[in-house]
Write a protein that binds this ligand. Structure first.
Ligand SMILES: Cc1cc2nc3c(=O)[nH]c(=O)nc-3n(C[C@H](O)[C@H](O)[C@H](O)COP(=O)(O)OP(=O)(O)OC[C@H]3O[C@@H](n4cnc5c(N)ncnc54)[C@H](O)[C@@H]3O)c2cc1C
Length: 218
């Protein structure tokens, strides 16, 4: 397990509006832990690729996983450089001028070279993927992940030691003279909402819906 902490580097230095930048663990991890997916960018045969995928964080390490025969997983497991992004969209920002329209967001960019996780570490980490999406799920009497599942799955780890967050909050930033315009301006908040859980009709037991499902929110 890596004990490294984040360091601002020339690569993670935010150039535009640096006051929106954050490098502290609390901000970075709170964004990562609130997100459901990430996008992994890398170069393969000289061409850029970006794949959306699930992830898990354990302490100062970030994990992705996939079939051991998947092209992206094979490439990333070889240790090539990756740039991983996580984005939460919080609002549409309507300004008085067309040009100053914006979005409220929280985003993280991580740089790193992946390494393949050892066979004996995989189970714990795969359970962390489940719990990242649905906290408490992995220890709720599920069929255990089999040896074959573990063999068929490659898990890749990235140290969380080179990353940045950028956060925009608040109302539009219009030019002073534009505040006289009779145009509605403000924010349309984006609030993630989860629907009512739907019980699988193939359930053969009357197992009650767990509270972590009934009251799911992330
Ligand atoms: C949902 C969303 C919509 C956006 N729309 C626009 C848009 O339309 N036009 C626009 O110019 N910008 C937009 N941005 C901001 C954009 O992501 C960049 O921050 C911006 O282009 C300026 O980059 P820069 O010059 O600061 O950094 P760059 O010089 O491009 O990057 C330097 C380093 O800064 C860090 N960094 C830069 N941006 C981010 C970020 N968003 N999150 C975390 N770390 C970051 C990274 O470590 C990066 O390596 C949007 C961001 C989000 C999340």
């Amino acid at each position: 397990m890596s004990n490294s902490s984040n360091k601002k580097t020339s690569r993670t230095k935010i150039n535009r509006l640096p006051k929106r930048g954050y490098y502290d663990q609390e901000t970075l991890y709170s964004i990562l832990d609130s997100a459901l997916i990430c996008h992994v960018g890398y170069i393969l045969d000289g061409e850029p690729r970006v794949i959306p995928t699930a992830f898990a964080r354990i302490e100062n390490e970030f994990f992705i996983h996939g079939s051991r025969v998947a092209g992206n997983i094979k490439a990333l497991a070889s240790g090539i450089m990756a740039c991983i992004t996580v984005t939460r969209l919080d609002g549409l920002v309507l300004a008085r001028s067309g040009f100053n329209h914006s979005m409220n967001y929280r985003s993280v960019i991580i740089y790193g070279n992946g390494t393949k996780v050892q066979e004996n570490e995989k189970l714990n980490i795969l359970n962390a993927f489940i719990d990242h999406l649905i906290p408490g799920r992995s220890s709720d009497g599920l069929k255990p992940i089999s040896k074959q599942d573990l063999l068929d799955t490659t898990v890749i780890r990235y140290p969380l030691n080179e990353m940045s967050a950028k956060v925009r909050v608040g109302h539009p930033n219009d030019d002073e003279e534009d505040y006289d315009l009779p145009v509605w301006s403000g924010i349309i908040p984006i609030i993630r909402e989860f629907g009512e859980p739907i019980t699988d009709p193939k359930m053969r037991h009357t197992t009650p819906m767990p509270n972590y499902v009934k009251y799911y929110n992330k």
